[in-house]
Design a protein around this ligand. Structure first.
Ligand SMILES: NC(=O)C1=CN([C@@H]2O[C@H](COP(=O)(O)OP(=O)(O)OC[C@H]3O[C@@H](n4cnc5c(N)ncnc54)[C@H](O)[C@@H]3O)[C@@H](O)[C@H]2O)C=CC1
Ligand SMILES: O=C(O)CCC(=O)C(=O)O
Length: 431
């Protein structure tokens, strides 16, 4: 049996390398290598047959130097504590990178939501949020959707938290339905943000988005909307997949018909005018842009030599392992890191939180325009650092920019004592 890849060890290794490269005090690594709080809860859930299942859940609050903890909630059968810790650290980094005034957190529940009835799913969602209510709040820790959760689940969680507080604190969760304070554009935000990053990278590499050949792994919130939005801007979608497998047409899939087919049949398989393809094979298809938008550790030392794209755009969190990163860099394949590429989700979550505080709601165009500005600004900052330094890849550059900001917040808050450098010598100025 192959050893499970530990993403928490991976993110710690990346933070360690970055802190060393920036010659920062060791205490910066010591603080960032451990989440500030981690809770584990056991949630009793009444099943439809009357029995009680006790389901395990976690919340990891990684760092709040820059603002309240922020991060999604994952419902997935493979969730474990180290995965949740890793995902919470990535949240700290991506919020810092996007100049969004939040820290990082993440929640996880060990369950396959496909196996629950709607009633069981609602009782689990309410039970989980009840269990972690004391550590949540719009100025403390603000959850959102991730794998296996969506706006409907956020609606139940908002309601449960409001019962606990005895008033409706709408800004305590984002990605919720529009009618209860959700933001226009949040459902598509992660994918729209990814499109902006891909567009900027394609421009820098001389790839025309009109007709660019794209392969997307994952057909949920992020993958499904990425397919739709990339198609809208003129890309040719050659292949897409979900956990059960995918479909491929070398001339390009008919995206509107595929969406209709999926909505009707609940599967991509046997979509007319395409051939079925497995997830392994899909990742190695020849294309301009490969978009992993499913789960972690999809591009590894095992298959990186066979990746046949010019750009890998990480819409998922953690899809590429460090050994794969090395191989892709040697092969001159540009990897657009997760903490940048998928940060559109938390950016619009931030806009949602601002609108909730303000009690005034923006049009979808306003949301999308503000998102575009933030994503392009972050891309330019990282890309210029990557081009100027030459000793870091895009991920390394992104970690440097993020850690610089977190470091500065920790320094001025006095978390680092008096033995540290007064200020990091800035290589890139923030706008
Ligand atoms: N929902 C959001 O706003 C954000 C999500 N992300 C990340 O994007 C990724 C996808 O998240 P969502 O789309 O929200 O989840 P989702 O639950 O809506 O969709 C997940 C998709 O991946 C597929 N999938 C699962 N395991 C797979 C496997 N082993 N191989 C191929 N496909 C597989 C599923 O069938 C489904 O189509 C995750 O890494 C998540 O952390 C990142 C930022 C924000
Ligand atoms: O929208 C959010 O607050 C968090 C989204 C998320 O979980 C992620 O970026 O991985």
């Amino acid at each position: 049996m192959t050893k499970k890849i530990n993403n928490y060890e991976i993110v710690k290794g990346l933070i360690d390398a970055t802190v060393k490269k920036m010659s920062l005090n060791r205490s910066v690594y010591n603080i960032l290598s451990e989440p500030q709080n981690v809770v584990e809860v056991a949630i009793p859930v009444q099943m439809d047959d009357g029995s009680i299942n006790v389901i395990k859940g976690y919340r990891s609050q990684h760092n709040n130097a820059l603002g309240p903890y922020k991060g999604g909630i994952r419902f997935h059968q493979d969730v474990d504590i180290d995965e949740v810790k890793a995902l919470s650290a990535w949240m700290t980094l991506k919020c810092a990178l996007l100049n969004v005034p939040f820290g990082g957190s993440k929640g996880g529940v060990v369950v396959d939501p496909r196996e629950l009835s709607p009633g069981e799913l609602e009782r689990l969602s309410r039970g989980y949020i009840r269990a972690i209510s004391p550590i949540l709040g719009m100025d403390i820790d603000i959850p959102a959707p991730d794998v296996g959760t969506d706006g409907r689940v956020m609606g139940w969680m908002l309601d449960e938290f409001s019962r606990y507080k005895n008033y409706g604190e709408f800004g305590m969760i984002t990605g919720k339905p529009i009618i209860v304070g959700g933001s226009l554009g949040r459902v598509e935000a992660t994918s729209r943000g990814a499109m902006f990053i891909i567009r900027e990278a394609a421009r820098a590499m001389g790839i025309n988005m009109k007709g660019a050949e794209v392969v997307v792994q994952g057909f949920g919130n992020v993958g499904g909307n990425a397919v739709k939005i990339l198609h809208e801007v003129g890309c040719r979608i050659l292949a897409v997949s979900d956990v059960y497998g995918g479909v491929y047409n070398p001339k390009g899939l008919d995206v509107p018909s595929l969406q209709e087919y999926y909505a009707q049949n609940g599967t991509l398989k046997d979509f007319p005018g395409s051939q079925n393809i497995g997830n392994k094979e899909l990742l190695t298809l020849k294309c301009d842009i490969l978009v992993p938008a499913a789960v972690e550790n999809q591009i590894t030392g095992q298959n990186a030599a066979n990746i046949n794209a010019k750009i890998v755009a990480e819409a998922a969190n953690g899809p590429t392992t460090p050994d794969a990163d090395k191989i892709l860099a040697e092969r001159k394949i540009l990897v657009l890191p997760d903490v940048l590429t998928n940060a559109g989700g938390v950016t619009v979550s931030y806009f949602e939180w601002v609108q909730n505080r303000y009690g005034y709601y923006w049009s979808e165009d306003e949301v999308n325009d503000r998102l575009e500005r933030k994503m392009v600004e972050a891309f330019n900052t990282i890309y210029s650092l990557y081009r100027n330094r030459k000793d870091v890849d895009m991920r390394g550059a992104a970690y440097m920019v993020a850690i610089e900001r977190i470091y500065e917040a920790m320094r001025v808050r006095g978390w680092l004592g008096h033995q540290v450098q007064p200020e990091v010598k800035r290589e890139v100025k923030f706008a």
